[in-house]
Design a protein around this ligand. Structure first.
Ligand code: FMN
Length: 402
């Protein structure tokens, strides 16, 4: 199957004419035997390369290219399949856009292609070429933070360890949600665990539906007690809640308020997290409960945003205080043009609606660097701290310096 891959990158060394010529020569030699063709554009500070060929061969070439230290900030822009090659004649040609009059760039690139005249008008590949040639894609580049060295510094969390009573039906692991701009803990998420510290799935599965809802609410009592034990102070505590618990358990919201105040907390420091898919499937049923939660002063966060089938249209129906972008979108964001476009769309939308954004599941420092440059301040993930039973693990802070 003929596949197409486009990526963009920046040279990490001087890319003069001899360098480009040597690169093209070597690429041609390596590509021809495996039937990979394409074109490499260079605009003076960015490469833009199209690779076409058999699926496995394109992947193998791209894997080598990604490991090449002579360029950096490699962002995959497109992966697709096609009936015919666009640049079939060439093993790999380099087109240096410098010195070419701007209005000549696109015609010259297209003149090197094997596309039928006009055949490319609606072609995404041609649209990508046009965007690169015009330079308008630069609007979507994050700031210059990518140039700065990144250090990771680990410090103890500003909380004391707590403990679970032996009689508790469940326990909690705490994971910090961090504001890396101000280097402070924005909130702690309380993640439910079985009494042995493992996943609580078996415990919940052993209960009837009705009992599950009651247990879901009751568990929050222990989460709030733990928050008090560790000395949460003014920080926020985030708890997950099944929306149907609010509908099925009588007086669920007043019960929740009672549990909060008994632990010396106030509802305004509690964030109730509800997953995106639950918002969709149970929206009508728990709309009243949402109103009660808001009226009692709780914050609402939409969890796992982007993981399900809801998408941005959900925000037309309901606007929470906060959304947590799912790891499915965050993972590898610095390498993926598609993920970057989605994150930017979510940010633009949330900014217009004054909804705070948390990036969840951040594991790599480079993911954080891209997200922070794009304007996200709050993060959660293994990069900063893993969940720890009844305590907050030391927190790793990414710092940008010269
Ligand atoms: C911008 C850029 C484009 C490249 N394009 C190709 C290519 O099309 N095909 C290829 O085999 N190597 C390409 N390379 C080189 C690979 O990254 C890698 O160095 C090379 O494939 C290793 O070849 P070797 O195993 O013969 O040393 C490119 C490198 C850069 C920096």
């Amino acid at each position: 199957m003929l596949s197409t891959l486009i990526y963009r990158s920046r040279p990490s060394q001087l890319a003069d004419a001899p360098f480009l010529a040597a690169l093209a020569d070597h690429a041609r030699q390596r590509n021809e035997p495996v039937q990979v063709t394409g074109i490499l554009l260079f605009d003076g500070d960015h490469f833009f390369q199209i690779l076409e060929g058999p699926y496995a061969a394109v992947n193998a070439v791209y894997a080598r290219i990604c490991d090449d230290g002579r360029h950096q900030q490699i962002v995959e822009l497109m992966r697709d399949y096609a009936p015919a090659r666009r640049f079939g004649k060439l093993g790999m040609e380099v087109f240096d856009m410098r010195g070419c009059p701007p209005e000549e760039v696109l015609p010259q690139i297209l003149a090197r292609s094997t596309l039928q005249p006009r055949a490319g008008d609606e072609d995404r590949v041609v649209r990508f070429i046009r965007a690169f040639a015009s330079g308008r894609w630069r609007q979507s580049l994050p700031g210059h933070d990518a140039e700065h060295a990144l250090r990771l510094v680990t410090r103890p969390a500003p909380f004391q360890p707590g403990a679970a009573a032996p009689s508790q039906p469940c326990r909690f692991a705490l994971q910090p949600i961090v504001d890396t701009t101000h280097q402070r803990v924005s909130a702690l998420e309380a993640l439910i665990r079985a009494p042995d510290g493992g996943s609580p799935a078996a415990y919940f599965a052993s209960l009837s539906d009705e009992a599950q809802y009651a247990a879901d609410l009751e568990a929050k009592v222990y989460a709030f007690q733990l928050a008090q034990q560790i000395g949460i102070g003014d920080s926020m505590i985030s708890v997950n809640l099944q929306p149907m618990s609010l509908v099925k358990v009588p007086d669920a919201v007043p019960e929740l308020v009672r549990a909060v105040t008994q632990s010396g907390l106030v509802p305004s420091q509690v964030i109730v997290e509800i997953t995106e898919s639950e918002f969709i499937t149970h929206f009508d049923a728990f709309e009243a409960a949402i109103r009660q939660l808001r009226a009692a002063g709780f914050s609402l966060a939409m969890d796992d945003f982007g993981a399900g089938y809801a998408g941005l249209s959900l925000l037309a129906r309901f606007q929470p205080d906060k959304i947590k972008i799912d790891r499915a979108i965050i993972s590898g964001v610095h390498r993926s043009g598609a993920r970057q476009a989605i994150v930017r769309a979510i940010l633009a939308c949330c900014s217009a609606l004054e909804i705070a954004v948390v990036a969840e599941g951040v594991e790599e420092a480079e993911e954080w660097r891209w997200l922070a440059a794009a304007g996200i301040h709050t993060f959660q993930g293994y990069l900063f701290a893993r969940p720890a039973l009844e305590q907050v693990a030391p927190i790793t802070w990414p710092l940008l310096g010269e």
